[in-house]
Design a protein around this ligand. Structure first.
Ligand code: GDP
Length: 432
């Protein structure tokens, strides 16, 4: 899906606008200093189109750090989005921070739409018109709170936003797209330099495609891979506040463009909540997953025993992901990453023919019938694989299946087909 990022200073109404675009009825989330939101990407729909909305407003700096953090928002937006909504408070007018960001946005070639927010009625429209001076073209006057002007704005967004993400379009049948993820200091840039840096960076792109400077195309063992957002991995942001949010923003945005993620973990430290959160972001995105346990050179026997226990406890839900034990420092087992990526992508692309799938479902139902619930036994009438990337199955049933029963089906599908490295979904439709 194409990616639309929402950027702007604190308190200009980014959250209200996002809620409005998503059609959410819940109370507007305030731009509260220091608040980190769980999610930064949302699926939005307008008319007959879908796109991904990136909410960059999850952290708000103190007055001192404002330029740095708004610039960081804009940087992510420019690097990873297909278009940007730049929100200004029309009642305040353009501040020097706004002007600073505008210079950045204009230097990019991404389409930028200027939103003049808090224009609650027509009498205030002249305030919005003043924002022509920012040089971003026509300001779109809206009231995110009341919804005024938002429909027109979204109509305009659809004319600017590409049908599908630029990267996805270039890449149909092209190099597979890999995101290297992980918390700070696990060794992402070391890995990139070791595995990627030593190989030839492919400079000649296919005719008619523009090279995206935040990604790198690299040939490894005769095959070209596209590593997503290598600029973000190499770049060190000096943010006093909001570094975590900045990192998760980049992670989420990179996942939008990637097909498979390598989540790098540092075996010299305990598996942390942050590691698990990054893995959960991958699961939520539906991308394929490979786990790279880095700094293996630092592992002693004691730590190794703990690590095994941690993996059992904290990573049981991704036991299906290929695991590679590497050292970015010594180069140990780096060559095992490519087959792991290939395996994960192959699983992610798998399509099970409907006949075979139905025969299997019938077998499973015979092997382990659904328990009878209030005198009724839901039956599975028919099943089919509705989608790949990741494999997504739909079961048509005569009644609701117990969650436990769905887990049984999912587990057996994995046992039979493997799907190493790919999440799978099993959905249910009840036929009346
Ligand atoms: P990033 O923040 O995830 O990109 O992490 P870096 O690549 O900058 O690595 C953080 C620190 O860990 C640096 O001091 C690296 O030299 C070190 N490091 C990275 N990989 C390894 C490894 O395999 N073994 C050891 N011993 N140190 C490593």
């Amino acid at each position: 899906l194409p990616v639309l990022a929402v950027v702007g200073r604190p308190n200009v109404g980014k959250s209200a606008l996002i809620n409005r675009i998503l059609g959410r009825r819940e109370a507007v989330v305030q731009d509260t200093p220091g608040v980190t939101r769980d999610r930064v990407t949302y699926r939005a729909e307008w008319v007959d189109r879908s796109f991904t909305l990136v909410d960059t407003g999850g952290w708000e700096p103190d007055a001192r750090g404002i330029n740095a953090s708004v610039a960081a928002q804009a940087e992510v937006a420019v690097d990873l989005a297909d278009a940007v909504l730049f929100v200004v408070d029309a009642m305040v007018g353009a501040t020097s921070t706004d002007e600073h960001v505008v210079r950045m946005l204009r230097a990019s070639n991404k389409p930028v739409i200027l939103v003049a927010n808090k224009v609650d009625d027509a009498r205030q429209e002249p305030e919005a018109a003043v924002l022509w001076s920012l040089g971003l073209g026509e300001p779109w006057p809206v009231s995110a709170l009341h919804g005024r002007g938002v429909a027109d704005l979204l109509d305009h967004v659809l004319t600017v936003l590409p049908e599908i993400s630029a990267v996805a379009k270039q890449e149909v049948g092209g190099p597979r797209r890999v995101a290297i993820l992980g918390r700070p200091n696990v060794g992402k840039s070391s890995l990139l330099n070791k595995a990627v840096g030593e190989e030839r960076v492919v400079v000649n792109e296919m005719a008619g495609t523009t090279r995206d400077p935040v990604d790198e195309q690299v040939e490894i063992a005769g095959k070209v891979w596209r590593f997503i957002d290598t600029a973000g991995i190499r770049r060190r942001m000096n943010l006093a506040q909001g570094a975590d949010f900045y990192a998760s923003l980049r992670t989420s945005a990179a996942l939008e463009k990637a097909e498979v993620a390598i989540v790098v973990l540092d075996v010299s430290e305990v598996i942390s909540e942050q590691d698990v959160r990054i893995i959960d972001l991958v699961l939520e995105s539906g991308r394929a997953l490979v786990l790279a346990f880095n700094k293996w050179d630092m592992l002693d026997d004691d730590r190794r025993r703990y690590l095994e226990r941690e993996i059992e406890q904290d990573l049981a839900h991704v036991a299906w992901a290929p695991r590679v034990n590497i050292s970015a420092r010594t180069g140990r087992h780096l060559e095992k990453l490519v087959p792991a990526l290939e395996l994960a992508l192959q699983s992610w692309d798998t399509r099970i023919p409907t006949g075979k799938f139905n025969a299997l479902v019938a077998e499973l139902a015979a092997e382990h019938p659904h328990p009878v619930r209030s005198g009724k036994q839901p039956r599975i009438l028919f099943g089919t694989q509705a989608a790949i990337r990741p494999p997504t199955f739909v079961l048509f049933t005569t009644g609701f299946l117990d969650p436990g029963y769905r887990r049984f089906i999912t587990r057996r599908l994995r046992e039979i087909f493997g799907f190493e490295g790919s999440p799978i979904n099993v959905n249910m439709r009840v036929r009346e």
